[in-house]
Design a protein around this ligand. Structure first.
Ligand SMILES: [Fe+2]
Ligand SMILES: [Fe+2]
Length: 181
C-alpha cells in the first residue's frame, strides 16, 4: 500500500479549510516536534507526524465581542473530539490504512485533557508523542494558533518532513529485511 503523504493531506480541501483555521504554522511545527519525539520514543513517525499535523483540525475560535474568550473556550470546547472525527474522515478519503487512521484519530482525541471530566488517563506512546509535540509548541494565550507562515515555506517544510519520514521508513525496511535473512 502506497503511503499517504503529509503533502497530500495538506493539499486536501478539508485540511486547507480547517488546519488553516487552527493555524498552519502551529500544525507544521507540531509535526516536526512529533517527528523528533517519535524517534526518541520508538513510535512510527508516519503516524506521529500525521496526528500532530492534524491535531487541531477540530479547533473552533471562541470569541465574545470580537475578543478571544478563554472562559468560553474552557466551557464549550470539544475540538479534540471534533478533530478526531474530521481527521479520520479526511484520512479515509485519502485512502489511508484504516488501522492507521484509527490510531491517528485516537491520538488526536487524547492530545489534550482540558475537556475531559477526569484527568490522569494513561496515554499510549503515540498519544504521548502527539500531546508532547503540541505542548512544546504552545504559546501563552493561544498565540500559537495565530502565528503566520507563507504558503511557499509551508510546502517546503512539509515536503522536507515527508522526505525524512520516507528515508526513515526505508531504512527500517532494510533493517527488517536484514534480520529476516
Ligand atoms: Fe489542541
Ligand atoms: Fe495545538
Amino acid at each position: 500500500m502506497k503511503r499517504v503523504t503529509l503533502m497530500e493531506i495538506f493539499e486536501h480541501h478539508i485540511a486547507q479549510k480547517y488546519v488553516r483555521r487552527a493555524g498552519l504554522a502551529h500544525a507544521i511545527s507540531a509535526a516536526y516536534h512529533a517527528y523528533k519525539f517519535s524517534l526518541e520514543y520508538g513510535v512510527n513517525p508516519d503516524l506521529a507526524t500525521k496526528a500532530a499535523f492534524l491535531h487541531d483540525i477540530g479547533h473552533y475560535t471562541w470569541y465574545r465581542n470580537g475578543q478571544w474568550d478563554y472562559n468560553l473556550y474552557k466551557e464549550n470546547d470539544i475540538h479534540a473530539i471534533k478533530g478526531a472525527e474530521r481527521a479520520h474522515k479526511l484520512l479515509i478519503r485519502l485512502d489511508e490504512n484504516p488501522v492507521a487512521a484509527k490510531e491517528i484519530a485516537l491520538a488526536i482525541l487524547l492530545h489534550t485533557d482540558s475537556y475531559l471530566p477526569e484527568q490522569g488517563i494513561q496515554l499510549e506512546p503515540l498519544q504521548k508523542v502527539v500531546a508532547l509535540a503540541d505542548t512544546v509548541d504552545e504559546e501563552p494565550g493561544g498565540a500559537h494558533h495565530y502565528r503566520k507562515i507563507s504558503d511557499e515555506k509551508a510546502k517546503k517544510m512539509i515536503q522536507k518532513l515527508d522526505d525524512k519520514i520516507m528515508e526513515h521508513l526505508n531504512k527500517e525496511k532494510i533493517k527488517n529485511q536484514a534480520t529476516m535473512n
